[in-house]
Design a protein around this ligand. Structure first.
Ligand code: SF4
Ligand code: SF4
Ligand code: SF4
Length: 161
């Protein structure tokens, strides 16, 4: 009976949390909420404190304060068969810049470029306009370092369409 309730709750949370961003290197072919025991191990070890308890107590990443350094500590700390470091990329997410970007309103800003270590953000010059940012999706690692320095909250790191 208890198990039935637990499975029902897990199905509910799976629907609720499908869009939540999980830590890097989660296996692509699992349902995260089926395997995660909500032990908080990844939350405790994350060196940049970007993992917190989200819906249902499942860990979620957000880049509002800091970035992922790909230190792998969350992967090592997890006692469940959730992660696989052999995957080609830690995750499929990429940065996307919205129309809230200051340069869209003629205001000079390059804060995101300065924060991006892989140099995935380039500024495109155009005559009579301030340069506008362009993301090189191949170079972007989805680290989220560009999110918090943006004064206009114009950057989301999401799965591309
Ligand atoms: S790889 Fe490191 S920085 Fe990134 S989410 Fe895991 S513990 Fe945090
Ligand atoms: S930091 Fe934000 S506002 Fe500034 S150029 Fe980059 S996306 Fe635009
Ligand atoms: S998510 Fe990281 S790699 Fe991608 S554009 Fe932002 S800072 Fe650069």
């Amino acid at each position: 009976m208890t198990q039935g309730i637990d499975q029902g709750r897990r199905r509910f949370f799976r629907r609720q949390t499908n869009d939540a961003l999980r830590p890097p290197w989660v296996k692509a072919d699992i349902d995260f909420t089926d395997l995660c025991s909500r032990c908080d191990a990844c939350i405790k070890v994350c060196e940049t404190h970007i993992i917190s308890r989200g819906d249902g107590g499942f860990p979620e990443v957000n880049f509002n304060q800091d970035e992922c350094t790909f230190c792998e500590k969350c992967v090592s700390a997890c006692p469940e068969p959730i992660f696989d470091l052999h995957q080609t990329a830690p995750w499929a997410i990429k940065a996307e810049i919205s129309s809230a970007c200051l340069t869209q309103n003629g205001i000079w800003c390059q804060s995101c470029k300065d924060a991006c270590e892989p140099r995935a953000i380039n500024f495109v010059m155009a005559v009579g306009q301030v340069p506008k940012p362009h993301i090189d999706l191949d170079a972007c690692t989805g680290c989220g370092a560009c999110v918090s320095p943006c004064p206009a909250d114009a950057i989301n790191v999401i799965k591309p369409d």
